[in-house]
Design a binder for this molecule. Structure first.
Ligand SMILES: [Zn+2]
Length: 352
């Protein structure tokens, strides 16, 4: 391992950077114990530390796994979260019993909670709510009456789901039941450096910018979001929009304003406008955005507004991270978020 890499690993160790979990392990020579970079234990002296890129390597050299950070357990929180999410998706309970889920997965409640926030940006409870909301949306699309759908998904009263849907759907169920009826969406999918980019627009403006690897999946997602909208390939290819958006994915500053046609609550609109003020190459934390909106206690609502942003890139929700520097989640994949931020930092640096 060259000294530059070792220096980076040491910086990550000092910062207890959880993004480095799984990237490397550190062995402490004085105790013969190895840890994840994010281990909460006291930081060892630099001269006692040895770095390994695999757990096996550490064990072959005679290091034992730390009992606090358990570097030998499920190497990425992602696997744990995926399994737990599947279990959560099955439960209709108002407050899912995390203890039972943790037990089934051979983990602990605190570990599970940490992994969730790390991977998805949401706590297990918030995720359970989102999942329930999804089932609710599905029932409505199948033509079920709102009252029946409410009952079947375990929502106590209509007012509560309205409350939530305002924060999470960007429209009330009554509007949503129409599934975007009357909306005419033209879409186009193009290749960019960071993958496929789907752009969909009405004649008034851009309604969706999705990022992914599979055209089929991107289109399915669009149809799921607007099941009753008229969706067809855009005749003009949306060339002007696409060119501008692709240019932004490569870290270039905006060259033209893009009109947006979005279904959003007043709060979402305020958050999304605030995000558009974050300069290229910079990031803000959820708490900073909440403070800028004059709602310092609304970090979580800000995080949800970021997670439900339908027009990635144009509304640069990828520039919002957690207070501890953790990237938090990204609807289009955490690697893409990382890549976008990296490119933007480089481009912004070059412009100065
Ligand atoms: Zn440890």
């Amino acid at each position: 391992m060259n000294s530059r890499t070792a220096e980076q690993y040491w910086q990550a160790t000092m910062a207890r950077d959880s993004r480095s979990d799984g990237v490397f392990f550190l062995g402490v020579r004085s105790t013969r114990i190895y840890c994840r970079p994010s281990c909460p234990a006291r930081r060892p002296l630099r001269r006692n530390v040895e770095f390994f890129t695999t757990q096996r390597e550490a064990e072959q050299r005679g290091f034992r796994p730390c009992l606090r950070c358990r570097p030998n357990e499920i190497s990425s929180g992602t696997a744990l979260v995926q399994k737990a999410a599947a279990l959560l998706a099955e439960t209709d309970e108002e407050s899912p019993r995390l203890g039972a889920i943790a037990k089934k997965l051979n983990s602990s409640v605190s570990r599970l909670r940490r992994a969730f926030v790390q991977v998805t940006g949401l706590s297990p409870r918030e995720l359970a709510e989102a999942l329930r909301l999804n089932r609710f949306k599905k029932l409505l699309r199948q033509g079920r009456k709102i009252t029946d759908a409410l009952y079947e998904t375990g929502y106590g009263s209509a007012s509560r789901v309205y409350e939530r849907s305002n924060a999470q759907l960007g429209m009330t169920p009554a509007t949503y039941q129409k599934g975007g009826k009357g909306m005419k969406l033209g879409f186009t999918i193009t290749n960019a450096k960071l993958g496929k980019v789907l752009v969909a627009a009405t004649e008034r403006g851009v309604s969706a910018v999705y990022l992914g690897d599979s055209e089929v999946k991107l289109l399915a997602e669009l149809r799921e979001e607007y099941p009753k909208a008229e969706i067809a390939p855009a005749r003009n290819g949306l060339e002007k929009f696409v060119k501008e958006i692709v240019s932004r994915t490569e870290g270039n500053p905006p060259r033209q304003e893009l009109p947006l046609d979005l279904l959003a609550t007043a709060f979402q609109r305020r958050v999304w406008q605030e995000l558009q003020r974050i300069p290229l190459g910079k990031t803000r934390t959820y708490a900073q955005v909440a403070r800028a909106l004059g709602r310092p206690s609304a970090s979580r609502a800000v995080a949800r507004a970021c997670a439900t942003n339908p027009v990635s890139i144009v509304v640069p929700c990828h520039r919002v991270i957690r207070g501890d520097g953790n990237l938090a989640g990204y609807r289009w994949g955490i690697e893409r978020k990382e890549q976008l931020l990296k490119t933007e930092r480089v481009e912004a640096g070059a412009a100065n």
